[in-house]
Design a protein around this ligand. Structure first.
Ligand code: ATP
Ligand code: MG
Length: 289
């Protein structure tokens, strides 16, 4: 059974093996979503009939926002990662006005929408996701890649509902220590808010924020004003609401992830053996909906 699946996976990957692509190689179908720099379409490679997501980015918009460098890095990093919980980037091509990314298609769409729909996830579901993410991040960190932008908007779902980390736009190789950031503060750890050097511990922090948001429905340091979120992150002003009910074990894990000193955060390997994960996460990584 496993062997058959692996074979077909290899065959699929073979059909998308590195080669020169053009738009003519694809039948382009319905739009899957709208992005900041262009749209994402369902598409099928004509020869192999392999279904993918084609992300179309407009060069002039990339230039205007000065993110070409970031896009190059995203392509460079994501195309070398192979993990069941990381969205594959099969390749890219471009024409005069656009850049196209050939991405693994995530049929169940955004986790963000799922969380909006349900407000909060059950502990079984949250733990299954957190374990999958911990495994994917262990893999990234072994390759010296930090994602730095783990949040519900950047998580897609595969055909069985398994999580896929997408969007490596903010990721870095660890030797490249960047200090600047913009956008939402909610997911940033203290050392990034304070613009100090940071390491793989930032992804552990984000995992804690995500776990909190899955269970309570809002990120832990949310505040009306940017400056208040900032203050709450710096202080690690972590409070657990009385409702909805969340088990003490889950709160224990969150408390061990949301630690100011990045060296003191629970290592990802230990997340996988935390009692709450062991008691709740589905070992297959699939939350049966
Ligand atoms: P970024 O998050 O880097 O700013 P973006 O938000 O501009 O990028 P994406 O998030 O990549 O753009 O894509 C926009 C939307 O298209 C997503 O929110 C999602 O709904 C859909 N989408 C993107 N990639 C895929 C995919 N591989 N499979 C299915 N749907 C996708
Ligand atoms: Mg996005």
């Amino acid at each position: 059974m496993v062997e058959v699946e692996m074979k077909s996976e290899n065959q699929q990957n073979d059909s998308m093996k590195e080669r020169r692509w053009t738009l003519d190689d694809f039948d382009v179908g319905k739009p899957l979503g709208r992005g900041k720099f262009g749209n994402v379409y369902l598409a099928r490679e004509k020869k192999s009939k392999y279904v993918v997501a084609l992300k179309v980015l407009f060069k002039n918009q990339l230039q205007q926002s000065q993110v070409e460098h970031q896009l190059r890095r995203e392509i460079e990093i994501q195309s070398h990662l192979r993990h069941p919980n990381i969205l594959r980037l099969y390749g890219y091509f471009y024409d005069q006005t656009r850049v196209y990314l050939i991405l693994e298609y995530a049929p169940k769409g955004e986790l963000y929408k799922e969380l909006q729909r349900f407000k909060v996830f059950s502990e079984r579901r949250a733990a299954t996701y957190i374990a999958s993410l911990a495994r994917a991040l262990i893999y990234c960190h072994q390759k010296h890649v930090i994602h730095r932008d783990i949040k519900p908007e950047n998580l897609l779902m595969g055909i069985k509902g398994e999580l896929k980390i997408a969007d490596f736009g903010w990721s870095v190789h660890t030797f490249d220590r960047r200090k600047t950031m913009c956008g939402t503060l909610d997911y940033l750890p203290p050392e990034m808010v304070e613009s100090k050097d940071h390491d793989a511990g930032v992804d552990i922090w984000s995992l804690g924020v995500l776990c909190y948001e899955f269970l309570f429905g809002t990120p832990p340091f949310e505040a009306a004003k940017h400056s208040d979120t900032y203050r709450r992150i710096i202080k690690v002003d972590l409070k657990f609401p009385v409702k909805p009910f969340v088990s003490p074990q889950a709160k224990d894990l969150i408390s061990q992830l949301l630690v100011k000193d990045s060296a003191q955060r629970l290592p990802l390997e230990k997340v996988l053996t935390h009692p709450w994960i062991l008691a709740n996460a589905d070992p297959s990584g699939v939350y049966a909906m």
